[in-house]
Design a protein around this ligand. Structure first.
Ligand code: CUA
Length: 327
């Protein structure tokens, strides 16, 4: 390995240590805990079988190897009922145990019959970003899902284009997001925090940049967040801000909306853009520098995305006066 790559690998290891690890082995919900427990149980059973079988094999190979003065053909044995029954019975028993454990886990992670969640979220997959519609609460947002801690949330999933898969490993297993079919799942978050997810079905060139950030909020934080999302978008106070709003109402309006209640637009709802921490499928940190680079050349930052219009430098300047105010 060259020195340059050594440095890169070291940096990657260092950086990954700073990020919360999005794995179901580090569960933060009852669903993920069930899945993690099943995985560990199967792994331990498999390890025990592996060590016993391979250990017996190695022991017999060594003990009964051909030695000096041995007969040319060793003792021939035809069948042994005790051994035959034992090595049939043990796998049968293990398979039955696996079956029972799997069914129990599947039942536990399916929507509980008593689920009467107050919170329903419609997840809409787009190439390559996520729309989250809180229809009962009257607003839509993008890429960053907020849920209150300890509350089961009923999620419906649909796609406006191709098949995606919604996966936040620390909170729940993956569920496909299929055009023309409404799939459902439920999630809970046990402790407040930020959990990362990722589209888990190849859906085009930017599949890898179709990420999800889930904020498990305290009830207080969640209520405050909802109240803010329900407000109408910031109204321009200066001439520059007004020019920015005009650009959004003009060329941008083909794909984006400033009305928080508008859903299924080609691009994310912009009403409260800067209440989010990331953009473009939760790929980039949302700050003025990144947003400016995005407006100058979105295709360089995320090739193939639907935003393929050219915005003039004057329009970009106007947008930079207005967009960051959309808190
Ligand atoms: Cu959407 Cu992969």
């Amino acid at each position: 390995m060259s020195r340059k790559y050594g440095v890169l690998v070291g940096l990657a290891v260092l950086l990954s240590a700073c990020q919360p690890t999005p794995t179901f082995l580090n569960p933060a919900s009852s669903i993920a805990r069930h899945e993690s427990n099943l995985y560990m149980s199967v792994l331990i059973m498999a390890l025990v079988v592996f060590v016993l079988v391979e250990g017996a094999l190695v022991y017999i190979l060594v003990r009964d190897r051909k030695r000096e003065g041995d007969e040319e053909i060793p003792l021939q044995i035809y069948g042994n009922n005790v051994i035959e029954i034992t090595w049939t019975a043990i796998p049968v028993f293990l398979t039955i145990a696996l079956f029972i454990m799997t069914v129990q886990t599947a039942r536990a992670v399916a929507a509980p019959a008593s689920l009467t969640s107050d919170l329903n979220v419609q997840v809409v997959g787009h190439q390559w970003w996520w729309e989250f519609d809180y229809a009962d609460l009257g607003f839509a947002t993008a890429n960053e899902l907020h849920i209150p801690v300890g509350t089961p949330v009923q999620i419906s999933l649909e796609s406006v284009d191709v098949i995606h898969s919604f996966w936040v490993p620390q909170l729940a297993g993956k569920t496909d997001v299929i055009p023309g079919q409404n799939n459902t799942m439920w999630i809970t978050g046990d402790k407040p925090g930020v959990y990362l997810g990722q589209c888990a079905e190849f859906c085009g060139t930017e599949h890898a940049l179709m990420r999800i950030t889930v904020f498990v909020d305290t009830q207080e934080d969640f209520d405050a967040w909802v109240a803010n999302q329900q407000k109408p978008a910031y109204q321009p106070q200066t001439a520059e801000e007004q020019d920015g709003q005009k650009v959004i109402m003009g060329p941008c309006a083909a794909c984006h909306s400033l009305d928080p209640s508008v859903t299924k637009t080609t691009g994310p709802n912009l009403a409260h853009l800067f209440s989010r921490t990331t953009f473009a499928g939760s790929t980039f940190d949302l700050n003025e520098k990144n947003l400016h680079s995005w407006l100058v050349d979105t295709q360089a930052m995320k090739p193939g995305n639907d935003m393929d219009l050219t915005i003039t430098p004057k329009e970009i300047e106007a947008l930079m006066h207005y967009l960051p105010k959309l808190k």
